[in-house]
Ligand binder design. Sequence first.
Ligand code: GDP
Length: 176
Amino acid sequence: MSTNKRRIAVLGSRSVGKSSLIIQYCQNEFVESYYPTIESTFAKTVNFKNAEYDCEIIDTAGQDEFSILNSKHAIGIHGYVLVYSVSSRNSFEMIQVVYDKIINFCGVTDIPCVIVGSKVDLEKSRQVKPEEGLKLATDNATAWVETSAKSNINVGRVFELCLSEIEKRTPNNQAE
Ligand code: GDP
């Protein structure tokens, strides 16, 4: 079984739960008050569809539409996870802005990408309907899923979808 390296960047507004999602995925825990101020990288080896993937997951620290995408997040990245919180419409509106920035920066029309509606356990304060998330994903030809890092809902699914989006666009496992 060959091992493939995949670099995945996780982007989105501040406090949408990017770190919590990655920590739940890589370390199987929910840390209530984890406030990183700098960017960090996590590693996880994943078996997916009969292949082994060494995933490097980059937890980005951008805060607004100007700093959210740094040029280093557009080079050498195989796939993107764009996170909004279902309880924050502003964070949802930021997704199209970030998506367009990546597309423009990379000079491509299509990127392997999963749009994630996080904090789905906060149903009472929901501001973004599932249909709106799905429509945004369909309009941009990306995958989409709603998650909760706190309740451990669909966390693994995010990264499986991302690997799958990467493989779709990379025939014969040739991602470099
Ligand atoms: P980041 O800035 O996007 O990396 O967000 P964090 O992971 O630091 O999370 C921001 C805040 O949201 C923290 O107080 C987390 O405990 C909380 N949070 C993260 N994920 C969830 C979730 O799935 N459900 C709930 N209810 N809170 C969450």
